[in-house]
Write a protein that binds this ligand. Structure first.
Ligand code: NAP
Ligand code: HSE
Length: 433
């Protein structure tokens, strides 16, 4: 039996996917039964680095592909919100299963897409949407399903991890490394999604929804990107025993007696001996803590053609495996489908309890450190260290690391500090894990 694929997109991931499907030898035998029937692209005249068989022609009419009655599975790899969302919904309406790497569309329209898929009895699988080639979606749905998850902490964006790693190790410039990440096919079509933390926020909302078995509204993820992380902060963090990573965190407040989740993406100082501190370059890692399992970490290449295509094709194989063993039934495997009914309650950012790193620029006058300490004390912010790190001409640079504090109290202290006579600016505020 042959299962037909409609491949939407032949870019970085689509190209990698086609390469695997067109070269099934020495891989899983099921791949021999999977055939690409049509490929949808925007521009047929573009040079492609995938050697396509002569009978496989490119089509710019993607609507026709999703309506092709001979196609069993639509693999959406065009990215973006529209027409991706509409094409997915049309394909579902036509009774086709979906495989996608599009975290942006799932994080925003997952409700609508899953509702349609469950009604039609088709699968929507998205292993490639989070962590590139790392198997993490299926393990969360299945192998870890028995655990009460406490937290999910991840480095889930390859581009920003690549940038931060190169800025730390080789003191390379932000712009130069971002350009490289784009050339390597890691970055999104609009790389601001990577740099501003939006891609990581899409991913943590998907992971949180699976880990905590509830829907997550994308806008509930507090998000900061890496633009504010300077070479100076990387250097000071290093001196204090930390490394800076863009972390995506979903944490249950259950221990605090609340049924709410903390959700955030922020550049964060990690102690150098933390398991995530050594994840460098395009690699991603997701650390999951559950009861009774304890901690488990998923690690691997987080972006790039081959790695991501490996996850895409594993989803295609999963669907084909089910179709083969059970026929085309409307009874979805509850371990592969997704159907939570309620929304997770989210703790507002002002209520978050975290440690902070903050770098002040102040006039270098006697008593300035004492004044900073007083302002923090008045807002109930306890300090772990205050270090005058250097000078910028006549001005002093002071780095403060707090103990665990309520975000609201910390912000209140900063407001007080900004009124001090000696205060000049706050070039950066980062969180500390
Ligand atoms: P890409 O290299 O820009 O490729 C996009 C492909 O889709 C191109 O072949 C393009 O056609 C086609 N396309 C885009 N819009 C179209 C439209 N309106 N109509 C017809 N064809 C259209 O993107 P990518 O990096 O492969 O990413 C694809 C998806 O995978 C995105 O959702 C992305 O977030 C996700 N993803 C990417 C990575 C990665 O490492 N790159 C990793 C994980 C997930 P043309 O070739 O004719 O322009
Ligand atoms: N742009 C994304 C990243 C691709 O850099 O992680 C993988 O999802």
């Amino acid at each position: 039996m042959v299962y037909n694929i409609g491949l939407l997109g032949l870019g970085t991931v689509g190209g990698g996917t086609a390469k695997i499907l067109l070269d099934p030898v020495d891989r899983h035998p099921l791949l021999e039964e999977i055939k690409i029937k049509q490929i949808g692209v925007r521009d047929k005249s573009k040079t492609r680095d995938v050697p396509l068989p002569p009978d496989l022609i490119l089509n710019t009419d993607l609507e026709a592909i999703v309506k092709d009655p001979e196609i069993d599975i639509i693999v959406e790899l065009i990215g973006g919100l529209e027409p991706a969302r509409s094409l997915i919904l049309t394909a579902i309406d036509q009774g086709k299963h979906i495989v996608t790497a599009n975290k942006a569309v799932i994080a925003r329209y997952g409700d609508e897409i899953y509702a349609a898929a469950n009604e039609k009895g088709v699968y929507v699988l998205l292993e490639a949407a989070v962590g590139g080639g790392i198997p993490v979606i299926k393990p969360l749905k299945q192998s870890l399903g028995v655990n009460k998850i406490k937290n999910v902490i991840g480095i889930v964006n390859g581009t920003t991890n690549y940038i931060l790693t190169r800025m730390s190790g080789e003191k390379a410039s932000f712009e130069e490394v971002l350009k490289e990440a784009q050339e390597l096919g890691y970055a999104e079509a609009d790389p601001t999604a990577d740099v501003d933390g939006l891609d990581a926020a899409d991913k943590i909302s998907i992971l949180a929804s699976l880990a905590f078995s509830g829907k997550v509204k994308r806008e509930d993820v507090y998000t900061e990107g890496i633009r504010q992380v300077s070479a100076a902060d990387i250097n000071y963090a290093d001196k204090l025993g930390f490394i800076i990573k863009l972390l995506a965190i979903a944490e249950s407040n259950h221990q605090l007696g609340e049924e709410a989740l903390q959700l955030r993406v922020t550049p964060t100082l990690l102690p150098k001996d933390h398991p995530l501190a050594s994840i460098n370059g395009v690699y991603n890692a997701i650390l999951v803590e559950g009861e009774p399992l304890g901690q488990v970490m998923f690690f691997g290449p987080g972006a790039g053609a081959g790695a991501t295509a490996s996850a895409v094709v594993s989803d295609i194989m999963n669907i084909v495996g089910i179709l083969k063993s059970s026929g085309n039934t409307n009874d979805l495997d509850p371990l592969l489908s997704y159907s939570p009914s309620h929304y997770c309650k989210i703790t507002p950012i002002e209520e978050l309890i975290t440690r902070f790193y903050v770098r002040f620029v102040c006039r270098d006058i006697p008593g300035v450190i004492g004044h900073l300490g007083t302002c923090f004390g008045k807002s109930n912010v306890s300090l772990e260290s205050v270090v005058q790190i250097g000078f910028l001409g006549e001005l002093a640079e002071i780095v403060v690391v707090t103990h665990d504090v309520r975000e609201g109290n910390f912000r209140q202290a900063l407001e007080e500090i900004s009124k001090l006579e000696a205060f000049k600016s706050i070039p950066s505020i980062l969180r500390v894990l």
